[in-house]
Design a protein around this ligand. Structure first.
Ligand SMILES: Cc1cc2nc3c(=O)[nH]c(=O)nc-3n(C[C@H](O)[C@H](O)[C@H](O)COP(=O)(O)O)c2cc1C
Length: 325
């Protein structure tokens, strides 16, 4: 598929996930076959004010293309200033605007999914970004604010008319946050309403899920969020199933630990060992999900502060692997 002039070779994308899908995790996801990635969301105002932490979020993994840099904001002037900064600072291929984030801190400022309740402002934000961006602009949003206002079809048409080159829709409302099931039937209605490329998102945890989401919605790409946490092998599985091949065998404990270690090494190189080790806790818990007797190791991982200490705990787990698998 193509988003404007940007070619995406594959069917699966890693969803943007603030605090989780950093350059290190995106790199590993791509190693296992994710064909498109998006940065964590970046505040337009933060960019405008030159916030250093904000700028760090724009870091791409080596060779990470095609990739989108994602911004959020509802202040049109901030968006106008932030867009070229995001494009130049990241060297991404696409600029994505977040209009789906449900968290109170974001929506209480009128940003993220709050824009689904203010179509004229959302339209101005998109038009402003399109005018300010040398790159194609895409928009990611939800079904609507709540059950009574599922306006995603109208929103999709508005985004297309405002110049968006593609849209991505997560099949839940803002009020659902991440609970309940994503409504794939509604996503199919969005697909029918627009001509631009459509990315479907919500509840893909297996290759079979991806196949049925694509089949049900006619989407051009599936986007996977939580299903990929601690499980970058999911992309390999999705691509295999969609190509009509058998899903490759699930990784064993040794492979899980080795890929987790690689991801955390990438993160340490990017952010420094101390921060990487703090952030590693949640990733390690995801990588080890489903194994017996992990509680004590999770606690041990919580107190490690260096890669060397982490490797030592991993070695202990491997020594005991027979009783854990
Ligand atoms: C921890 C976390 C952080 C997220 N951060 C972002 C974000 O920065 N930008 C965004 O557009 N969506 C964000 N999302 C939403 C995901 O991109 C995705 O739409 C959602 O998780 C549904 O997909 P899934 O069912 O495959 O997880 C986040 C989701 C999670 C769980």
């Amino acid at each position: 598929m193509k988003i404007a002039n940007v070619e995406i070779n594959g069917h699966s994308a890693l969803a943007p996930m603030a605090g989780v899908a950093d350059a290190a995790f995106r790199r590993v996801a791509r190693e296992f076959g994710a064909s498109y990635t998006v940065t964590e969301m970046i505040s337009a105002k933060g960019l405008m004010y030159g916030d250093r932490k904000t700028a760090e979020l724009m870091r791409l993994a080596p060779g990470e293309h095609p990739v989108a840099v994602q911004i959020f904001g509802s202040d049109v002037e901030a968006v106008r200033i932030a867009v070229p900064l995001a494009v130049e600072g990241s060297r991404a291929d696409i600029l994505d605007i977040n209009m789906g984030c449900p968290t109170p801190k974001i929506v209480n400022n009128g940003d993220g999914c709050a824009l689904m309740r203010d179509l004229s402002r959302a339209e101005r934000v998109i038009r402003t970004a399109v005018a300010a961006s040398p790159l194609p602009v895409t928009v990611k949003f939800r079904l609507g604010w709540d059950e009574g206002s599922r306006n995603c079809v109208e929103f999709a048409r508005m985004a297309q008319a405002a110049g968006a080159s593609a849209i991505c829709v997560h099949g839940r409302t803002r009020m659902q946050q991440y609970a309940g099931r994503a409504d794939w039937d509604m996503l199919a209605r969005v697909r029918e309403a627009v001509d631009i490329p459509f990315v479907a998102n919500g509840d893909v945890c297996t290759g079979a899920d991806a196949a049925s989401l694509l089949q049900k919605t006619g989407a051009d790409l599936v986007m996977v969020g939580r299903g990929a946490l601690g499980n970058p092998w999911l992309f390999r599985e999705i691509e295999a199933v969609l190509a009509g091949r058998e899903a490759p065998p699930a990784p064993d404990l040794a492979e899980r630990l080795s890929v987790a270690a690689r991801q955390i090494e990438y993160a340490a190189a990017d952010k420094g060992e101390r921060i990487a080790m703090l952030e590693a806790r949640k990733h390690l818990a995801w990588y080890l999900k489903g194994y017996r007797g992990m509680a004590s190791y999770r606690a041990r991982f919580s107190s490690v502060t260096t890669l060397a200490e982490m490797y030592a705990v991993m070695d202990e787990i491997l020594e005991r692997r027979e009783s854990l698998e």
